[in-house]
Design a protein. Sequence first.
Length: 89
Amino acid sequence: MKAAPSESHFQLTRHGVAFAILKDGLRVECVILLEALQQCFWLDLPAHDERIRQCFVDGYARVRAVAERKSRVASSDMIRLTPTDFLRR
């Protein structure tokens, strides 16, 4: 299992939490939308920054796994994670 990111490896934005993953040795920028954290990771909005950070860190293994799967099929160097990405298929 991947370790949770340190705060220097992610940042809060107006839309969610930005972080990066590596794909074939290249950095891929990612953002998980606040809506996804709310619907899939029990974030109650409005929320203070600390609560958003904690919610992201607590769900990081799943967030990263979904971002890595999405990056395999995406040709973009920017991955945007929405609630739909976390639906079980």
